[in-house]
Design a protein around this ligand. Sequence first.
Ligand SMILES: C[S@@+](CC[C@H](N)C(=O)[O-])C[C@H]1O[C@@H](n2cnc3c(N)ncnc32)[C@H](O)[C@@H]1O
Length: 223
Amino acid sequence: MLSNKTSKIKEINGLEIIEMKSVSGIKEGSIYLADYISKYKGKKVLDMGCGTGYIAIYLSKLGFDVEASDINKNAIKNTLINMESNEVKFNVIQSNLFSNINNKYDIICFNIPFNMFFFPFDNLLKYYFDKFGLSEKMACLGNRKLSTRRKKFIFNFLKQSTNHLNPNGFIIIHSTCNDVKFLEDKGYNTTLCKNFCGRYGVYKINRRRRNERNNNEKQSLSD
Ligand SMILES: C[S@@+](CC[C@H](N)C(=O)[O-])C[C@H]1O[C@@H](n2cnc3c(N)ncnc32)[C@H](O)[C@@H]1O
């Protein structure tokens, strides 16, 4: 049983979702992402970076064939708890991007994390940033080092995704317009599905145009 100190309960779209403290909570982006994907009935979906599991649970309730994964073991635990309490069942895999994923999907969705903390003490830093309400500010600082890391992370995700998409499969992300501009520059086809708060949006990303792939791969990621 989770204590009130370590978790919150949210009711969203008929679902009761527990948010554990050490897990990324449901935000507007999560809701828009799930809502947008819901129109692709019958597709097999991977919810990458599932957090509380909200997106996968929402889609599973609608009859989608889903799988969910996250690098954070607490997110896996949180998803399993929410999956059970909302009476759905699907595979939940702990994985750093696609490191433990073998399947292929029609849709891979990712609500891209904003805090690019990757050092051993990252969780501690994140704890204090969250505690003092600084996480969003840090994410918005966009200093060169952080944004270069972020670009590399997103680029890596998209590159690895191509091995896990069925023919005609595609990717849907929630991210910032800056990230998407970077992806366009790298030759990806992006379509804005839903814009909110000016700089955030849900975007559909198609595989890169073949003729642009080689040229762009030669360019540095940090430009
Ligand atoms: C913005 S949260 C989204 C959570 C959830 N999908 C939602 O929309 O509410 C991003 C999630 O990505 C996960 N994540 C970060 N790096 C990852 C990686 N390398 N591989 C898989 N998941 C990752 C985080 O643990 C976090 O749960």
